[in-house]
Design a protein around this ligand. Structure first.
Ligand code: 5AD
Length: 352
Protein backbone atom coordinates (compact mmCIF):
# COMPACT_ATOMS: atom_id res chain seq x y z
CA UNK A 1 0.00 0.00 0.00
CA UNK A 2 1.32 3.37 -0.97
CA UNK A 3 -1.37 6.01 -1.00
CA UNK A 4 0.46 8.69 -2.94
CA UNK A 5 1.62 6.21 -5.57
CA UNK A 6 -1.91 4.83 -5.99
CA UNK A 7 -3.33 8.35 -6.25
CA UNK A 8 -0.89 9.20 -9.05
CA UNK A 9 -1.61 5.98 -10.93
CA UNK A 10 -5.36 6.57 -10.59
CA UNK A 11 -5.04 10.12 -11.84
CA UNK A 12 -2.89 9.10 -14.81
CA UNK A 13 -5.31 6.35 -15.82
CA UNK A 14 -8.34 8.62 -15.48
CA UNK A 15 -6.98 11.72 -17.16
CA UNK A 16 -4.02 10.55 -19.32
CA UNK A 17 -2.11 13.43 -17.80
CA UNK A 18 -0.04 14.37 -14.75
CA UNK A 19 1.85 17.48 -13.73
CA UNK A 20 5.60 17.42 -14.33
CA UNK A 21 6.25 17.07 -10.59
CA UNK A 22 3.77 14.20 -10.44
CA UNK A 23 5.50 12.34 -13.26
CA UNK A 24 8.74 12.74 -11.30
CA UNK A 25 7.11 11.22 -8.21
CA UNK A 26 5.62 8.39 -10.22
CA UNK A 27 9.10 7.55 -11.51
CA UNK A 28 10.61 7.77 -8.04
CA UNK A 29 7.85 5.66 -6.48
CA UNK A 30 8.34 2.84 -9.01
CA UNK A 31 8.08 -0.61 -7.46
CA UNK A 32 6.89 -3.97 -8.78
CA UNK A 33 3.31 -3.33 -7.76
CA UNK A 34 3.13 0.06 -9.50
CA UNK A 35 4.77 -1.43 -12.59
CA UNK A 36 2.17 -4.21 -12.70
CA UNK A 37 -0.84 -1.91 -12.41
CA UNK A 38 0.50 0.38 -15.14
CA UNK A 39 1.40 -2.59 -17.33
CA UNK A 40 -2.13 -4.00 -17.07
CA UNK A 41 -3.71 -0.68 -18.01
CA UNK A 42 -1.24 -0.15 -20.88
CA UNK A 43 -1.99 -3.61 -22.26
CA UNK A 44 -5.73 -3.06 -21.88
CA UNK A 45 -5.61 0.20 -23.84
CA UNK A 46 -3.38 -1.16 -26.54
CA UNK A 47 -5.64 -4.22 -26.98
CA UNK A 48 -8.71 -1.99 -27.14
CA UNK A 49 -7.20 0.06 -29.96
CA UNK A 50 -4.84 -2.32 -31.80
CA UNK A 51 -5.96 -5.77 -30.64
CA UNK A 52 -3.11 -8.28 -30.67
CA UNK A 53 -1.41 -6.72 -33.70
CA UNK A 54 2.29 -5.94 -33.76
CA UNK A 55 3.32 -3.74 -36.70
CA UNK A 56 6.65 -4.30 -38.43
CA UNK A 57 8.90 -1.75 -40.13
CA UNK A 58 11.85 -2.63 -42.34
CA UNK A 59 14.81 -0.61 -41.10
CA UNK A 60 17.34 0.36 -43.77
CA UNK A 61 20.45 1.96 -42.31
CA UNK A 62 21.46 4.05 -45.29
CA UNK A 63 24.69 5.63 -43.98
CA UNK A 64 26.82 5.67 -40.85
CA UNK A 65 28.59 8.86 -41.90
CA UNK A 66 27.65 11.66 -39.52
CA UNK A 67 28.74 15.25 -39.12
CA UNK A 68 27.64 15.28 -35.49
CA UNK A 69 29.59 14.28 -32.43
CA UNK A 70 26.93 13.17 -29.92
CA UNK A 71 28.76 11.85 -26.90
CA UNK A 72 26.74 8.61 -26.59
CA UNK A 73 26.72 7.51 -30.21
CA UNK A 74 29.02 4.97 -31.84
CA UNK A 75 28.83 6.60 -35.28
CA UNK A 76 29.85 10.06 -33.96
CA UNK A 77 32.21 12.00 -36.17
CA UNK A 78 35.27 11.60 -33.93
CA UNK A 79 35.07 7.83 -33.79
CA UNK A 80 38.03 6.99 -36.01
CA UNK A 81 37.54 3.23 -35.64
CA UNK A 82 34.12 3.31 -37.26
CA UNK A 83 34.22 1.77 -40.72
CA UNK A 84 32.09 4.19 -42.72
CA UNK A 85 29.67 3.33 -45.54
CA UNK A 86 26.89 4.92 -47.53
CA UNK A 87 24.32 2.98 -49.57
CA UNK A 88 23.63 3.93 -53.18
CA UNK A 89 20.10 4.53 -54.40
CA UNK A 90 20.22 1.14 -56.13
CA UNK A 91 21.21 -0.58 -52.89
CA UNK A 92 18.38 1.14 -51.00
CA UNK A 93 15.89 0.10 -53.68
CA UNK A 94 17.18 -3.45 -53.53
CA UNK A 95 16.55 -3.52 -49.75
CA UNK A 96 12.98 -2.36 -50.41
CA UNK A 97 12.52 -5.06 -53.02
CA UNK A 98 13.63 -7.75 -50.56
CA UNK A 99 11.54 -6.20 -47.81
CA UNK A 100 8.42 -6.01 -49.96
CA UNK A 101 8.74 -9.70 -50.84
CA UNK A 102 9.06 -10.52 -47.14
CA UNK A 103 5.83 -8.63 -46.41
CA UNK A 104 7.07 -5.26 -45.16
CA UNK A 105 4.82 -2.31 -46.00
CA UNK A 106 6.82 0.38 -44.22
CA UNK A 107 10.42 1.21 -45.05
CA UNK A 108 12.43 3.30 -42.61
CA UNK A 109 15.46 5.03 -44.09
CA UNK A 110 17.68 5.84 -41.13
CA UNK A 111 21.16 7.31 -41.16
CA UNK A 112 23.65 9.72 -39.70
CA UNK A 113 23.62 13.36 -40.75
CA UNK A 114 25.56 12.62 -43.92
CA UNK A 115 26.21 15.69 -46.07
CA UNK A 116 25.95 13.58 -49.23
CA UNK A 117 22.24 13.17 -48.62
CA UNK A 118 21.12 16.16 -50.63
CA UNK A 119 17.45 16.90 -51.02
CA UNK A 120 17.72 15.89 -54.68
CA UNK A 121 19.16 12.47 -53.81
CA UNK A 122 16.66 11.77 -51.05
CA UNK A 123 13.62 13.06 -52.94
CA UNK A 124 14.53 10.96 -55.96
CA UNK A 125 14.96 7.87 -53.80
CA UNK A 126 11.73 8.44 -51.86
CA UNK A 127 9.64 9.08 -54.96
CA UNK A 128 11.05 6.00 -56.66
CA UNK A 129 10.15 3.84 -53.66
CA UNK A 130 6.66 5.34 -53.56
CA UNK A 131 6.07 4.75 -57.28
CA UNK A 132 7.34 1.16 -57.14
CA UNK A 133 5.43 0.38 -53.91
CA UNK A 134 2.45 2.74 -53.71
CA UNK A 135 0.92 0.69 -50.89
CA UNK A 136 3.93 1.28 -48.64
CA UNK A 137 4.76 4.02 -46.17
CA UNK A 138 8.19 5.63 -46.19
CA UNK A 139 9.63 6.81 -42.89
CA UNK A 140 12.75 8.96 -42.71
CA UNK A 141 15.10 9.19 -39.75
CA UNK A 142 17.92 11.42 -40.94
CA UNK A 143 18.29 14.01 -38.23
CA UNK A 144 17.94 17.76 -38.31
CA UNK A 145 17.33 19.42 -41.68
CA UNK A 146 15.90 22.74 -42.82
CA UNK A 147 12.19 23.40 -43.14
CA UNK A 148 12.60 23.59 -46.92
CA UNK A 149 14.28 20.22 -46.97
CA UNK A 150 11.60 18.57 -44.79
CA UNK A 151 8.96 20.12 -47.03
CA UNK A 152 10.55 18.76 -50.22
CA UNK A 153 10.86 15.30 -48.69
CA UNK A 154 7.20 15.36 -47.70
CA UNK A 155 6.19 16.47 -51.18
CA UNK A 156 8.33 13.68 -52.65
CA UNK A 157 6.09 11.24 -50.77
CA UNK A 158 7.70 10.57 -47.38
CA UNK A 159 4.95 9.84 -44.86
CA UNK A 160 6.66 9.76 -41.49
CA UNK A 161 9.73 11.21 -39.79
CA UNK A 162 11.49 9.98 -36.67
CA UNK A 163 13.63 12.45 -34.74
CA UNK A 164 14.24 11.54 -31.14
CA UNK A 165 14.37 14.60 -28.92
CA UNK A 166 16.88 12.61 -26.78
CA UNK A 167 16.01 14.55 -23.58
CA UNK A 168 13.57 17.38 -22.94
CA UNK A 169 15.85 18.94 -20.30
CA UNK A 170 18.08 21.66 -21.71
CA UNK A 171 20.95 21.17 -19.28
CA UNK A 172 20.87 17.40 -19.82
CA UNK A 173 20.75 17.90 -23.60
CA UNK A 174 23.92 19.98 -23.43
CA UNK A 175 25.73 17.23 -21.49
CA UNK A 176 24.89 14.62 -24.14
CA UNK A 177 25.71 16.75 -27.16
CA UNK A 178 28.42 19.07 -28.46
CA UNK A 179 27.80 22.81 -28.21
CA UNK A 180 26.54 23.26 -31.77
CA UNK A 181 23.50 21.05 -31.09
CA UNK A 182 20.69 22.52 -29.00
CA UNK A 183 17.40 21.31 -27.61
CA UNK A 184 15.78 24.43 -29.04
CA UNK A 185 16.74 23.54 -32.58
CA UNK A 186 15.70 19.88 -32.06
CA UNK A 187 12.28 21.00 -30.82
CA UNK A 188 11.90 23.43 -33.72
CA UNK A 189 12.55 20.59 -36.15
CA UNK A 190 9.91 18.42 -34.44
CA UNK A 191 7.30 21.17 -34.60
CA UNK A 192 8.15 21.88 -38.23
CA UNK A 193 7.81 18.20 -39.17
CA UNK A 194 4.40 18.00 -37.56
CA UNK A 195 3.26 21.27 -39.14
CA UNK A 196 4.28 20.06 -42.61
CA UNK A 197 2.10 17.00 -42.14
CA UNK A 198 4.51 14.19 -41.34
CA UNK A 199 3.42 11.52 -38.90
CA UNK A 200 6.10 12.52 -36.44
CA UNK A 201 8.05 10.52 -33.89
CA UNK A 202 10.14 11.72 -30.95
CA UNK A 203 11.84 9.73 -28.21
CA UNK A 204 14.68 9.39 -25.75
CA UNK A 205 17.17 7.03 -24.21
CA UNK A 206 16.52 5.59 -20.77
CA UNK A 207 19.45 5.77 -18.36
CA UNK A 208 21.70 8.03 -20.42
CA UNK A 209 24.50 9.61 -18.35
CA UNK A 210 23.34 12.45 -16.05
CA UNK A 211 19.65 11.59 -16.54
CA UNK A 212 17.50 12.20 -13.45
CA UNK A 213 13.85 11.48 -12.65
CA UNK A 214 13.28 15.15 -13.35
CA UNK A 215 14.64 14.77 -16.89
CA UNK A 216 12.34 11.79 -17.50
CA UNK A 217 9.38 13.75 -16.08
CA UNK A 218 10.08 16.46 -18.64
CA UNK A 219 10.24 13.84 -21.41
CA UNK A 220 6.81 12.51 -20.37
CA UNK A 221 5.28 15.98 -20.12
CA UNK A 222 6.68 16.83 -23.55
CA UNK A 223 5.16 13.66 -25.04
CA UNK A 224 1.83 14.44 -23.39
CA UNK A 225 1.79 17.95 -24.86
CA UNK A 226 3.37 17.36 -28.25
CA UNK A 227 1.22 14.32 -29.00
CA UNK A 228 3.61 12.62 -31.44
CA UNK A 229 2.33 9.81 -33.65
CA UNK A 230 5.29 7.64 -32.64
CA UNK A 231 7.61 7.46 -29.64
CA UNK A 232 10.92 5.57 -29.72
CA UNK A 233 12.53 4.82 -26.38
CA UNK A 234 15.27 2.36 -25.50
CA UNK A 235 17.91 1.90 -22.83
CA UNK A 236 21.23 3.71 -23.19
CA UNK A 237 23.96 1.18 -23.93
CA UNK A 238 27.59 2.35 -23.83
CA UNK A 239 29.75 2.19 -26.95
CA UNK A 240 33.43 1.42 -26.43
CA UNK A 241 34.72 4.21 -28.68
CA UNK A 242 32.73 7.08 -27.15
CA UNK A 243 33.33 9.34 -24.14
CA UNK A 244 30.50 7.49 -22.37
CA UNK A 245 32.21 4.09 -22.68
CA UNK A 246 32.41 3.57 -18.91
CA UNK A 247 28.86 4.54 -17.97
CA UNK A 248 26.45 1.75 -17.01
CA UNK A 249 23.62 0.81 -19.37
CA UNK A 250 20.04 1.91 -18.69
CA UNK A 251 17.56 -0.39 -16.99
CA UNK A 252 15.24 -2.67 -18.95
CA UNK A 253 12.70 -2.54 -16.11
CA UNK A 254 12.59 1.25 -16.10
CA UNK A 255 12.28 1.22 -19.90
CA UNK A 256 9.26 -1.10 -19.66
CA UNK A 257 7.74 1.05 -16.89
CA UNK A 258 8.05 4.11 -19.14
CA UNK A 259 6.61 2.24 -22.14
CA UNK A 260 3.49 1.51 -20.07
CA UNK A 261 3.21 5.12 -18.90
CA UNK A 262 3.59 6.45 -22.46
CA UNK A 263 0.87 4.06 -23.69
CA UNK A 264 -1.45 5.41 -20.97
CA UNK A 265 -0.62 9.06 -21.69
CA UNK A 266 -1.23 8.59 -25.40
CA UNK A 267 -3.25 5.38 -25.98
CA UNK A 268 -3.11 5.35 -29.80
CA UNK A 269 0.64 6.07 -30.11
CA UNK A 270 2.82 3.77 -32.23
CA UNK A 271 5.38 2.54 -29.77
CA UNK A 272 8.30 0.37 -30.87
CA UNK A 273 9.93 -2.21 -28.69
CA UNK A 274 13.44 -1.22 -29.73
CA UNK A 275 16.57 -3.10 -30.74
CA UNK A 276 18.37 -1.56 -27.75
CA UNK A 277 15.89 -3.21 -25.38
CA UNK A 278 16.36 -6.53 -27.21
CA UNK A 279 20.15 -6.10 -27.06
CA UNK A 280 20.24 -5.32 -23.35
CA UNK A 281 18.31 -8.39 -22.30
CA UNK A 282 17.38 -11.76 -23.72
CA UNK A 283 13.68 -11.53 -24.59
CA UNK A 284 13.75 -7.75 -24.08
CA UNK A 285 11.78 -7.01 -27.22
CA UNK A 286 9.01 -9.36 -26.14
CA UNK A 287 8.97 -7.68 -22.73
CA UNK A 288 8.49 -4.32 -24.42
CA UNK A 289 5.46 -5.66 -26.30
CA UNK A 290 4.06 -7.05 -23.04
CA UNK A 291 4.35 -3.58 -21.47
CA UNK A 292 2.41 -1.72 -24.15
CA UNK A 293 4.68 -1.45 -27.21
CA UNK A 294 3.14 -2.39 -30.58
CA UNK A 295 5.86 -1.96 -33.23
CA UNK A 296 9.02 -3.88 -34.09
CA UNK A 297 11.63 -2.68 -36.57
CA UNK A 298 13.64 -5.60 -37.97
CA UNK A 299 16.87 -4.84 -39.80
CA UNK A 300 16.61 -4.76 -43.60
CA UNK A 301 20.06 -3.28 -44.31
CA UNK A 302 22.41 -5.18 -46.65
CA UNK A 303 24.15 -7.89 -44.59
CA UNK A 304 27.58 -6.53 -45.51
CA UNK A 305 27.00 -3.25 -43.64
CA UNK A 306 24.90 -4.45 -40.72
CA UNK A 307 27.69 -4.64 -38.19
CA UNK A 308 28.91 -1.19 -39.21
CA UNK A 309 25.84 0.68 -37.98
CA UNK A 310 27.04 0.19 -34.43
CA UNK A 311 25.33 2.85 -32.31
CA UNK A 312 26.25 0.98 -29.10
CA UNK A 313 28.16 -2.17 -28.07
CA UNK A 314 26.87 -5.51 -29.39
CA UNK A 315 23.86 -4.03 -31.22
CA UNK A 316 21.78 -6.95 -32.47
CA UNK A 317 21.23 -7.37 -36.19
CA UNK A 318 20.99 -11.13 -36.56
CA UNK A 319 18.39 -13.74 -35.60
CA UNK A 320 14.88 -12.42 -35.10
CA UNK A 321 16.31 -8.89 -35.34
CA UNK A 322 16.94 -9.53 -39.04
CA UNK A 323 14.13 -8.91 -41.54
CA UNK A 324 15.12 -12.12 -43.33
CA UNK A 325 14.28 -14.11 -40.19
CA UNK A 326 10.73 -12.85 -40.00
CA UNK A 327 9.48 -16.39 -39.35
CA UNK A 328 11.58 -16.60 -36.21
CA UNK A 329 10.17 -13.26 -35.04
CA UNK A 330 6.60 -14.35 -35.84
CA UNK A 331 7.05 -17.43 -33.66
CA UNK A 332 8.45 -15.40 -30.78
CA UNK A 333 5.57 -12.94 -30.97
CA UNK A 334 2.89 -15.61 -31.23
CA UNK A 335 4.60 -17.25 -28.25
CA UNK A 336 3.56 -14.25 -26.15
CA UNK A 337 0.04 -14.27 -27.68
CA UNK A 338 0.47 -11.36 -30.07
CA UNK A 339 0.49 -11.42 -33.86
CA UNK A 340 2.78 -9.82 -36.45
CA UNK A 341 0.75 -8.07 -39.12
CA UNK A 342 1.98 -6.87 -42.51
CA UNK A 343 -0.48 -3.96 -42.53
CA UNK A 344 1.00 -0.52 -43.14
CA UNK A 345 0.00 0.36 -39.58
CA UNK A 346 -0.70 4.07 -39.48
CA UNK A 347 -1.73 5.48 -36.11
CA UNK A 348 -5.35 4.75 -35.24
CA UNK A 349 -7.48 7.79 -36.03
CA UNK A 350 -10.20 9.49 -34.00
CA UNK A 351 -8.86 8.23 -30.73
CA UNK A 352 -7.44 10.28 -27.90
N1 5AD B 1 22.61 3.60 -26.64
C1 5AD B 1 21.30 3.55 -26.92
N2 5AD B 1 20.74 4.25 -27.91
C2 5AD B 1 21.53 5.02 -28.66
N3 5AD B 1 21.27 5.84 -29.69
C3 5AD B 1 22.42 6.38 -30.12
N4 5AD B 1 23.44 5.94 -29.36
C4 5AD B 1 22.92 5.10 -28.44
C5 5AD B 1 23.45 4.36 -27.37
N5 5AD B 1 24.76 4.39 -27.08
C6 5AD B 1 19.91 6.13 -30.13
C7 5AD B 1 19.65 7.63 -30.12
C8 5AD B 1 19.33 7.93 -31.57
C9 5AD B 1 18.89 6.58 -32.10
C10 5AD B 1 19.01 6.42 -33.57
O1 5AD B 1 19.72 5.67 -31.44
O2 5AD B 1 18.54 7.92 -29.29
O3 5AD B 1 18.33 8.90 -31.74
Amino acid sequence: MNKRRDYLIGKLIASHSLGEGEYKELIELRDDEAALILQKEAVRLRKEIYGDKVFIRGLIEISNICKNDCLYCGIRKSNKSCDRYRLTKEEILSCCKDGYALGFRTFVMQGGEDGAFTDDFLCETVSEIKSLYPDCAVTLSLGERSRESYKRLYEAGADRYLLRHETADEEHYSRLHPKNLTLKSRMECLHTLKEIGFQTGCGFMVGSPYQTAECLAKDLKFIEEFRPDMVGIGPFIPHKDTPFRDYPPGSAKLTCYLLSIIRIIHPSVLLPSTTALGTLEEGGREKGILHGANVIMPNLSPTAVRNKYMLYNNKLSTGAESAQKLDELKKKISGICYRITCERGDAAKNIT
